[in-house]
Design a protein around this ligand. Structure first.
Ligand SMILES: [Zn+2]
Length: 199
């Protein structure tokens, strides 16, 4: 007799919250400036909090040399029931779909993210082929203000990337990025993946 399996899903998808497109259309940025590219990532992180559509994290992918905006991402972990759905992951997925390639190393692309990538995103960036990353808040800021455990990155995580041709600029608008994390903490929003040592 044939074995009967329960119904299983055949696909999985992530999507940007509905507000993102019009939000971007209504802003003015000079993407030739690093701070302005970071301002977009931080604005997305803040608006995601305001709209209640996920955690306080935003990211964007730009194509050099003109710094054309290719994709954006926000954290949608809780509303879309996906532990993988960090802002960086959405931005990478949507960039790869937009450019019709799994290998972002074929072009000069930069990922700008409001917070330093966690362990998952650190690996995902490596696998994406991306060549440049710009970060705002540090992992220790995220752990202190948002409560999540960012995971055991290599001690010299920056050096490991640089060895593999991924250039890095850190602490860009760190204060502003931390202000959103602080607002998240003060909002009483749920903290997911809390540090395991927390009772
Ligand atoms: Zn992450």
């Amino acid at each position: 007799m044939a074995q009967v399996f329960p119904t299983i899903k055949e696909s999985a998808g992530l999507r940007l919250p509905a507000w993102v497109h019009s939000f971007i259309q209504n802003q003015t940025y000079d993407f030739s400036q690093t701070q302005e590219r970071m301002r977009l990532a931080i604005d997305l992180s803040r608006e995601n909090l305001v709209q209640g559509t996920g955690g306080p994290f935003g990211a964007a992918v730009f194509e050099l040399p003109a710094y054309r905006l290719v994709s954006v991402g926000v954290n949608v972990v809780v509303p879309q029931h996906t532990s993988l759905a960090h802002a960086e992951i959405l931005a990478l997925l949507l960039a790869q779909e937009a450019l019709l390639t799994h290998d972002l190393g074929k072009r000069r692309l930069e990922l700008v993210t409001s917070s330093q990538p966690c362990l998952q995103c650190y690996g995902a960036i490596f696998w994406s082929g991306l060549s440049r990353v710009v970060t705002g808040a540090r992992a220790k800021d995220v752990e202190a203000l948002a409560g999540s455990d960012e995971g055991p990155l290599p001690q010299d995580w920056e050096g490991e990337w640089r060895k593999r041709g991924i250039s890095l600029e850190t602490d860009v608008m760190r204060v502003q990025a931390c202000a959103v994390l602080q607002a998240y903490q003060e909002s009483g929003a749920p903290i997911y993946n809390p540090a395991r040592s927390t009772p």
